[in-house]
Design a protein around this ligand. Sequence first.
Ligand SMILES: Nc1nc2c(ncn2[C@@H]2O[C@H](COP(=O)(O)OP(=O)(O)OP(=O)(O)O)[C@@H](O)[C@H]2O)c(=O)[nH]1
Length: 620
Amino acid sequence: MNLNVKVTLFFVSITAVLLAVLIAISLYAFRSFSIASATEHIRTASEIVRVHLTESMINGVIDKRERFLQRLVEVQGLKSARVMRSPDVEKQFGKGLSVESAADDIERRVLSEGKAHFELTTVGDETVFRGTIPYIATSSGSPNCLQCHQVAEGTVLGAVSMSMSIDALKEKALFTVAGIAGVVTLFAVLLILLLRRLLRPISDTANAVEEAVQRALRGDFKAQVQQRTTDEIGQIAGDMNRLLTFLDDGLNRIGSNVARLTERTPAPGENLLTATIDMVEGLTNAAHFKQAIEEDETKAEIYQRLSRTLQHEFELAEFSLYEISNNKKQMKGIIVDGEIADTCRWCDPQILVRPEACRVRRTGHIVDGIGHPEICYSFRPPAEVGERRHVCFPVIQSGAVGSVVQLLVTPAEQDKLESRIPFINVYLREAAPVLETKRQMESLRDSTLTDPMTGLNNRRFLEEYVETLVASVQRKRSHAAILMLDLDYFKMVNDTYGHDAGDAVLKALSTVLKQSVRASDLVIRYGGEEFLIILIDTVGEAAERVADNIRVAVENLKVQVAGIVLQKTISIGISDFPTDSETFWQAVKFADVALYQAKERGRNRIIRFTPDMWSDTKEY
Ligand SMILES: Nc1nc2c(ncn2[C@@H]2O[C@H](COP(=O)(O)OP(=O)(O)OP(=O)(O)O)[C@@H](O)[C@H]2O)c(=O)[nH]1
């Protein structure tokens, strides 16, 4: 119910109640006035009758009294008039005319009690006021009652009974009340109309503000409220318009800035406010994501965070992350559906060894399989999993595709994914420079931990890794065999054939060493022509067997340099961690001590460390 209707109803109700009260009061007042007026009228008439009767008695024409009463009744308003004698008067003067006796209980009571009686009765359709007034004997005045009547003062001499119609009075009263009610009603109607006129700008402005607010809630801030007056209501309309314009302008500016960042513009008819909130929220989350990945230590952590974001924030269950190798010649699976996996899923495995087969890697653009399901030939989901749509994103690092993110959805979910593509793009754009920095740092770190000539890890790597290694051995309560290896008479190669020949021998030796141990074992170029091998979970004879295999392989190794064939032997010292020493570096020293023994005892041999070889009591 709007304000205008409410106010109208309120005033109509108030007017109706006021009118009812006014009519009731007026009717009551008129009734009281009519009764009082009729009473006075009858009292005056009874006094006239009394005076007339007294004068008639004095003048001796009392027998003409009936005619007088008939003439009296002709007076306007009077309906009947009758006098009656009291028993005392009847006793003195005899019974009067036939109509001069008490006709009913009221008259009898008035004659006996001497008290006037008035009443309002209805005769047929007529309202009649009847009054019966006693005449009391009094000694005052001249002549007075006691001069003729032989009764005591205060005796009831008789009574007069009169009736008069008050219909005319009633009619006048009703007419007057109706007139008053009409005037009041007219005044109320005029007042209500005036109020409605005054309220119209308020209610129209309120309706317009309400409509503008409703449109604003739907994201449309273009509504304007018509300014109808120059008072406070007009001020409210003007302020509302300024506020709407300000919000519309501000939201458009925020929206276009955010749209530039997300490359997403709200669709026609879309709620501008919620779309902008969504976009700002997406950007804020992306900024938090960037802050988090900047504090991550490794690329692997970043990929895992990205994977969790895809799962939880974008509610994707099926997706794969790939990384392009530094030399751009290979592509490696990183994560599939949130799990670490080094394969590809639902793509031609060719892309792993020939990254150009991956359309994203080749073009550097998003490959949208939602709009064009057949766009990429390498995407081959197996028939049994049902229909899938794919969208693949490049992560551009230093101007080239560094990683690829593949998202998969069923056709039913494709709209949801499509609406999120701009945000996913923002996340990947934020991730790209961080991934690139981590990649550069990791390759820099790798270079400081790797011997460039042989490609083996260097001593620095061992120093960094030793803590993990020792913790792993201790946790598993296992052993690690430490092999210290040194080529025999290597100096001679350098001296005789030059350093290049020496380098060629060292490279060939590195390959032999790598091939002779498990992938989980560590082969380290410990220094110059000295190598260290750590055989994980290997003890006693097994370690010696591996060492002997290496010794034999080196003995048989023929290195061709500048037309000559070089053949060398190697000496190996072995110690066991933690059997020989609970300190890792002391165990390394013991392997070195054993190696010295191997050299001492004629080279091209393996010597297992025994405590008697170490006389120094001091801890390493
Ligand atoms: N070509 C080449 N030579 C190296 C490299 N690092 C160390 N050497 C040489 O390796 C030789 C090590 O010789 P020594 O340890 O003195 O003895 P050796 O000739 O191997 O004889 P034994 O160890 O006693 O059997 C030195 O001549 C070093 O210059 C390298 O990276 N390349």
